[in-house]
Ligand binder design. Structure first.
Ligand code: FAD
Length: 351
């Protein structure tokens, strides 16, 4: 089955929905293809205790404020997934769930999008596939020797299954800090980071992050010195559970170990720590494998872009992922602006 449309949006998480919202406003025919069976993108799979960096009012997609979650100043992941499901329905976005895009190919004037449910041809593609489906594990000596359980952030749900165990949590970002904090009181936690943890100031939330990312982009666009953006503020947002564990002295980090052994980890100075589980909170890479056939330039898992547009193919846009596709494009509050830019560029008549 082959179908024609103006634009195919790949991915129906927050970034894909924001794209759909703006394309619809501009009257541009499109379809959103999403591999997940249900709405909500990555938010369907987060751990139970995860809370947003920001209050609901600062975590909204274009057009509709996220409603408050009763009793939760910072909403949980289930609330965000429900908000995205409602958003999809309210704006009648043409999302097709359960459709995996396998390849995008160059077909002259059009792009050919091959999926497990047929082929679409379109004059533009917005790629909004996120990172959750591509967990990253660093190469560490002895990883295969370790006899305990190893899991990545994507497989962590709650501390109950680790009760009473020794657990090593690897990673100095938000996921690592939040999971280590979540486990304290349930398990004996060793938190390991490559460099000392860098907390953002306690009063910084998602809105400040958006402002910092925007200021950086503006400075770079105007040829002024790099302000450093969000990274200059720190790596870890001090959400209340993280702050509580840190202030209680329960969240102290050790330097990265040099190797895993059959029973645990070993550090450069010869000290060892036994563990029943290692949780790798070591990040993600953009999910871009389906674009391999286009031969686009890129470094370190990123594609070269001008704004949201692929530098090598003006028919292809990217939303989400991180600052390389626009300031705070990976956040709920930030993706709307870049989605509007991408939709406008696509809606312009082809020259
Ligand atoms: P996703 O939500 O991952 O959606 C992408 C969709 O594309 C998925 O449904 C996926 O299945 C689909 N897909 C992928 N490949 C294909 C394919 N080949 N074919 C078809 N479909 C495909 N953000 C905030 O705004 N505020 C916060 O407070 C916040 N807190 C966070 C805390 C933590 C600890 C973490 C880890 C993240 C947090 N984030 C926060 C970031 C946020 O979770 C992600 O950036 C967000 O989910 C990204 O949205 P997305 O639409 O780009 O990707």
């Amino acid at each position: 089955m082959t179908q024609r449309t103006q634009v195919v949006v790949i991915g129906g998480g927050q970034a894909g929905l924001a794209a759909g919202y703006h394309l619809r406003r501009l009257g541009t025919e499109h379809v959103v293809l999403d591999a997940q069976a249900a709405p909500g993108g990555a938010w369907q799979h987060m751990w139970d205790s995860l809370r947003l960096f920001s209050p609901a009012a600062y975590s909204s997609l274009p057009g509709r404020l996220m409603p408050l979650q009763e009793g939760q100043p910072h909403p949980d992941a289930g609330h965000v997934a429900a908000y995205l499901a409602d958003y999809e329905e309210r704006y009648e976005l043409p999302v097709q769930h359960g459709v995996q895009v396998e390849a995008v190919r160059d077909e002259g004037r059009l792009l050919r999008v091959e999926t497990d449910a047929g082929v679409w041809r379109a004059r533009a593609v917005i790629n909004a596939t996120g990172t959750w489906t591509r967990p990253f594990l660093p190469a560490v000596e002895g990883r295969r020797e370790f006899a305990g359980r190893q899991l990545h952030t994507v497989h962590y749900a709650n501390p109950a299954e680790f009760a009473g165990q020794r657990v090593i949590v690897v990673g100095g970002g938000n996921s690592g800090a939040q999971i280590a904090a979540d486990l304290t009181g349930h398990a004996e936690v060793t938190w390991v980071t490559r460099r000392p943890p860098r907390y953002l100031a306690d009063d910084i939330d998602g809105r400040s992050l958006f402002d910092a990312a925007t200021a950086r982009r503006r400075a770079l666009d105007e040829g002024r010195p790099d302000t450093g953006g969000v990274a200059s503020l720190g790596d870890i947002v001090a959400v209340p559970p993280v702050r509580a564990a840190r202030d209680a002295g329960l969240l102290t980090a050790r330097a990265m170990f040099t190797r895993l052994t059959a029973t645990g980890a070993e550090w450069a100075d010869g000290t060892r720590q036994d563990a029943g589980a290692v949780i790798w909170a070591t990040g993600f890479r953009p999910a871009l494998a389906h674009l391999a056939g286009l031969g686009l330039r890129g470094t370190r898992g990123r594609i070269a872009t001008v704004g949201t547009r692929a530098a090598d193919d003006p028919r292809l846009h990217f939303l989400g992922y991180g600052d390389w596709t626009g300031p705070a494009s990976a956040t709920l509050i930030g993706v709307g602006r870049t989605a509007r830019e991408a939709a406008r560029e696509i809606a312009l008549p082809i020259r």
